[in-house]
Design a protein around this ligand. Sequence first.
Ligand SMILES: [Zn+2]
Ligand SMILES: [Zn+2]
Length: 180
Amino acid sequence: MLRDGVSSMILSLAKIKHHPHMVQEYRVTADLPDPAAAGFLDFALAGPALFCGAVTNRGGGLFLVEGKYTAQVKLACSRCLAAFTLPVSGEIKAVYGPSAADDAEGELDYRELSGDEIALGGMILDEISFSLPMQPLCNEECRGLCPFCGIDLNSGNCDCAGEQIDPRWEKLTEFRPAGK
Ligand SMILES: [Zn+2]
Ligand SMILES: [Zn+2]
């Protein structure tokens, strides 16, 4: 539907800017900023993201953004190191306004508005980063790499059997005292 409309994740406020209490709905498919350039080194993006939501003109130069995002991120499995794609989604709720205004919505994420547009990309990247698992797994059952020969145990077995740690006990190895 928005095939050739893929661009940066920008919401134009032109229609509601001068109309307090007016609400505009958005459904935008667009590329997010490069995570690495934003300081996120543990994930990459596998394609454009979708934002579906609304902006309400709250008056006084404040705009409430509420909605849902979905995206596909590329991660490295913490056990076998293979790259895999993980669908992510979440809610966004934030108020954009002039830098001096901190009179309202103290409980909400407050962001500075510049001009007639809200650039959502940075906020969505932040939300994605918070939502990612600490130890991403390509599959809950991932058998990881053999600690002795390095073979990917998902794709074959090796002759180090017997020395291998049963995956069910793997968690215990994380309780070794620090420094050992
Ligand atoms: Zn894996
Ligand atoms: Zn092995």
